[in-house]
Structures are given as C-alpha cells and as structure tokens.
Design a protein around this ligand. Structure first.
Ligand SMILES: *Cc1c(COP(=O)(O)O)cnc(C)c1O
Length: 468
C-alpha cells in the first residue's frame, strides 16, 4: 500500500513538488501553466523568529506566520507546558465534561477584562468564533422576544473569516464575490480608515464621519439589526487599515442607544498586538474601560495559543448567557465543534498568558514598537511610500501603485525571501507584524533587508525621480 517516496539530492524541491501534487494550498492561485505556479517554501524547522527551510536557509518570520506567532517558533516554555499536558490529557469532549485548562483559561481571560466579559465559548478557528458570535447574537434577540433582529452590520473592507456565515460580514471582494449567492449579505457601513481624511481632517474627524454613517443606518433599521461587527483599531486583511480609537467608544454608545449588539473581532488584534492585551482597552484613549464600555462579544484566536494550535473563543457579557437560561431546549445554544476546548490548545494558551505575565511583555513591546519604527524609517522616507502607519507591533505603508507595478505583492514576497525575510504584502500595502522576540539590532537588520528588497523590486528612489 505504500508508494515509494521520490527522493532526490534537493529535498527542498522534492517536498515542494510533492506538496503541489498532494496538498491543496490555501489562498493560492492554480495556473493552467504549472510552471507558472511558484513552489511553496518547504520549511523544516522553526527557531524563535526564524523559519529554516529544507536546505538550511533561514527566514525572519516578519508576519508571524499569518499573524499567529507571538513568542517565536519552538518556544521552550510553551513546548514544556505542552509536553506536560500531553502526558496528562490530550482531549476530552466539552459537552458534559470539563478539564482544568479550559476552566483556567476562561477564568484568566475574563479577569483580563476586569470581569466585564466571560463564559468563554470555545471553537477552533477564527471564522468559527465569528459564526458563534453571530448566532449567539441573533439567538439572544430571539430569546428576548425580538426575533426580527436578524441582520448584521460590518465595516467597509472588514474581514471576519471565510466560512459562509463569516463571509456574509466580510467586505473583501476577492474572498467574497464568488460566494455572494450563498451569503446573506450584511449592511456595509463606512470604515473609519484614517486614510480617507480630506483636507485638514484628523483621524478622529474621519471616525466621527464613520459614526454618523453608522447612526444613519441604525436610526432606520435597528429593529432588524442584531449586531455590528468590527475589527478594533486595525482592519488587517483590508491591508492594515488603521483608525482612531474614538470610533470604538462611539460605536459602543450608538449600539447601546439603538439596542444593537457590538461584536469585537480581536482575532488578529488581540493578545498584545496593538499595545494593550485587548485592542478594545484603547477605546477610551487610554482611560480604563468601565464594564458597560466593553463589547457584548469578543472573539479571540490566532495569537491566543502563541501560534501553536488552532483555538478560538468568544467571550460575552453576563446578560448574554442569562438570556439562554431556560427549561426549553429551543432557547439553548446548541452549537459545538468536535475539538471544542481542546486541552492541548488551552494549555498552549495558558503558557502564552504566563509569558505575558512573567516577562512584562506589553511594556517591552512598547520599546520594540519604537525599534520597529526606527528600523522602517528608511522605507518611510522613500517618496514612493505613503500612509506610513503603526499601531503597536503592526507597521504598514502603501507603495505608490504606479511605482509598485503589477503583481507587486508576489514579486516583493519572492525578493524578500532572497533577503532572508518572510513577508506577504497585501496589494500595494507592505506591512510587518513580527513575533514579540526581536531586539533593536534584529529590527534594524529587518529594516535594511526590506529596504534592499524594495529597491530590488521597484528600483532605487532616485532612478524613478530621474525617469519622472
Ligand atoms: C484571521 C481572521 C479571521 C479568521 O480566522 P481563521 O482562523 O483564519 O478562520 C477572522 N477575523 C479576523 C479579524 C482575522 O484576522
């Protein structure tokens, strides 16, 4: 029954070629001319912020392996915690059973919201957490006698995952358009993306405009609307669109006034990425958020396990669960996934939270954010680079489309690999989102490599000025 595995001197090419035959890679175009398909980078091991390919070449993981890795690959503390958990309990169902890692993780995450949110509902992927929040919101209103509230609102260019329900609240054409006939499209309202500023408008002015647009919709349709879903502070898949925190508090107030739930999708921005553990903590410009100022639902995934294992969860306000307390089973939230609350995944998450506590990560990340800004200053100064922006450990800038040329993202990705960096620009947006394990020297090295890559891809700045 076993097929001989083709062997060759270049294990790299072999593994990549076998992968192209055996694995359907995500988010990847399959061209009819197979030679036009770039073989995947075959990774043999990981070591801190580095990935090592099957030929021993090292790449700095500048996008944290799709935004999931926080404390480096093969982190000794997380490895040790997982090894201990493996020897104790690998998995048990969470309906009718429970286990210490699921309980402890739920308790600790609730404590991080000051008790404002709790009752962690576990799933495995970000998209399933979004589905859960949408279903819970709708079901809450039904249980409270408001079953007409069954529509959702999302932001322009918002991204919340790619299952059919999550796509309905996703406004990224490339992911959504093919499946439009399958979805119940949400209302799409203006994003507070600060790049839309006109004239002397500040980011806060843009946020105020976006809030006015939201209010116009809610005034008209709140009776049919269950929830608004937002990515707090940074719309990741839109190309790291960043906005003023005042939008969050304003949206919270509008949702209260019009009796609409607010779902904070912190799948990408949670776990310290934007400078606070939850991005939502910045909703009041740094002042502590009172219990009533938190969202009704908060989704986490990606970084919560340090990038080790698929885990997602939804935290909610206490009154949400109260609406599901009933003898009638139709009022219960009968949603489950086989691996809900997997003990290994929860253990990795607990080890991740331990690292935050032990190493004062949020304080040290403020310093790292400065190193990152300094390292990227050279690129920021390039005349073809605009909208330079940063929130915590997310740095992004847009490359002038005329200078970037066609297929900029793919060309930049490949050229950066030759410089020992793994990055994947989104359209014309170059961004980095590194794991929280670099020092000033490594940041400077990254900046140098990316600058050299940019020059390799679009030429040195001066040449363009001469040509213009
Ligand atoms: C990645 C992401 C998701 C989807 O998570 P998956 O684990 O990929 O399903 C949802 N929302 C946001 C904001 C994300 O960045």
């Amino acid at each position: 029954m076993t097929h001989p595995v083709p062997q060759s001197a270049t294990g790299d090419a072999t593994l990549a070629a076998r992968s192209q035959r055996a694995v359907w890679h995500p988010c990847t175009r399959l061209r009819p001319d197979a030679s036009a398909n770039e073989p995947p980078l075959a990774i043999a091991s990981g070591d801190g912020p580095w990935l090592v390919d099957t030929d021993g070449r090292r790449y700095f993981d500048a996008i944290s392996s799709w935004w999931v890795n926080l404390f480096g690959h093969a982190n000794p503390a997380i490895n040790a915690a997982l090894t201990r958990q493996l020897q104790t309990l690998e998995h048990v169902m969470l309906a009718g059973c429970t286990h210490a890692p699921a309980v402890e993780l739920a308790e600790r995450l609730s404590a991080l919201t000051g008790g404002a949110l709790g009752h962690a509902f576990y799933a495995s992927d970000g998209a399933s957490a979004v589905e859960i929040a949408l279903k819970m919101s709708f079901h809450y209103w039904r249980n409270t006698g408001l079953s007409a509230k069954r529509e959702f609102v999302c932001l322009r260019h918002g991204y919340h995952g790619e299952t059919v329900g999550a796509l309905a609240v996703t406004d990224v054409e490339i992911f959504r358009d093919a499946y439009d006939p399958l979805t119940r499209r949400a209302h799409v309202v203006m994003s507070p993306d600060a790049r839309q500023a006109v004239g002397a408008e500040t980011p806060a002015d843009v946020a105020a405009r976006a809030l006015a647009a939201l209010e116009a919709l809610l005034r008209e349709r709140a009776g049919q609307i269950a929830a608004l879903i937002v990515e707090p502070l940074v719309q990741g898949a839109a190309g790291m669109a960043m906005y003023d925190p005042s939008y969050l508090d304003g949206a919270r107030a509008l949702c209260d006034r019009y009796r609409v739930h607010l779902i904070a999708d912190e799948i990408a921005v949670g776990c310290g990425r934007t400078g606070t553990f939850f991005a939502w903590e910045q909703a009041r410009g740094g002042d502590p958020v009172p219990a009533h100022g938190w969202p009704d639902f908060l989704c986490l995934s990606k970084g919560i396990t340090g990038g080790y294992l698929p885990l997602s969860l939804v935290l909610s306000r206490p009154e949400v669960q109260r609406a599901f307390v009933a003898d009638d089973i139709a009022r219960s939230f009968l949603h489950s996934h086989s691996y809900t609350g997997n003990p290994l995944a929860c253990r990795a998450a607990l080890a991740t939270l331990d690292l935050f506590a032990q190493d004062d990560v949020l304080a040290r990340n403020r310093e790292r954010a400065q190193w990152l800004a300094a390292a990227m200053a050279g690129i920021a100064a390039d005349p073809r680079v605009t909208n330079v922006r940063q929130r915590g450990l997310i740095w992004a800038a847009d490359i002038d489309p005329a200078a970037a040329g066609p297929d900029f993202a793919a060309r930049f990705h490949l050229a950066a690999r030759a410089h020992g960096v793994l990055v994947r620009p989104i359209g014309h947006t170059l961004y980095v989102m590194p794991p929280y394990v670099f020092d000033a020297a490594l940041a400077a090295w990254l900046g140098d490599q990316l600058r050299a890559t940019l020059h390799a891809v679009i030429g040195a700045a001066q040449e363009v000025r001469h040509a213009a």
